[in-house]
Design a protein. Structure first.
Length: 244
């Protein structure tokens, strides 16, 4: 993690403007800045960008698995050891034409928690993951998404109790459900969003017809959810598994 050397700090507050989650505070009595370890997400922006003119921000050894997990997921230049992917350790379904993770009749669910600029405690990620699993989402395994490595039960989305109070810059919950279950999943998300202290954005991955349509999206209208107005298109150039 990072800390501010109090002997070097002159209280200029420059570092505060760079912190992505407002974890750097100013102590009036000392006229110096300090990093709140409970709010810091270990993104290393302050360290990597060398934002302090006095070099007062210093690295401290990450002394636990969860602190290391924080850093790898929150620092976009780190490579996740299991998935081999930088930037939160997941490629989601960007290569679905090759991987075939989401097949015909299925809906991929991608929930991006904590962005922009709020961060997310893993206790809130657990609530959303468990709500999704209960509604019928088959959560992605650890070889596809880092969050699964913290789950004691992939079928329910339960995370290890020891990690719940750790905060990340953001984290992605991934999974899939049958097309007929999407409405129930969306209802579950509308309920759980009132129980968490952060934000999330929802991505849906569906196979579309030659006109770019899928009737499953009709349930969005029924639930008063705006139809998507932007997206990423997998054109099927990778082929082999895309036909499955």
């Amino acid at each position: 993690m990072a800390r501010i050397n109090q002997e070097k700090c002159v209280g200029c507050k420059i570092c505060q403007t760079y912190c992505t989650v407002d974890a750097i505070g100013y102590v009036d009595s000392a006229e110096k800045c300090e990093i709140d370890p409970g709010l810091c997400v270990e993104c290393y922006v302050c360290l990597r960008q060398k934002v302090c003119p006095k070099d007062a921000i210093e690295p401290v050894e990450l002394d636990s698995f969860y602190k290391q997990f924080q850093h790898v997921i929150s620092d976009p230049v780190e490579n996740h050891g299991v998935t081999g992917v930088t930037g939160r350790g997941t490629e989601e379904v960007k290569t679905n034409d090759v991987s075939g993770r989401v097949r015909r009749g299925e809906v991929g669910v991608c929930i991006d928690m904590g962005r922009p600029g709020m961060g997310v405690y893993l206790r809130d990620a657990e609530k959303v993951a468990m709500a999704c699993a209960k509604a019928g989402v088959e959560l992605a395994p650890a070889e596809h998404t880092p969050l699964a490595a913290l789950m004691t039960d992939l079928a329910t989305g339960k995370l290890a109790d020891d990690c719940l109070n750790f905060r990340l810059l953001s984290v992605i919950i991934e999974g899939k459900c049958r097309e007929g279950e999407l409405s129930g999943v969306l209802k579950a998300l509308k309920t759980v969003e009132k129980e968490i202290d952060t934000v999330f954005s929802l991505g849906l991955i569906l196979r579309v017809d030659e006109n770019g349509m899928n009737p499953t999206l009709g349930c969005l209208d029924e639930l008063g959810i705006a139809q998507p107005h932007r997206g990423k298109v997998n054109v099927g150039l990778g082929k082999p598994l895309s036909l499955a």
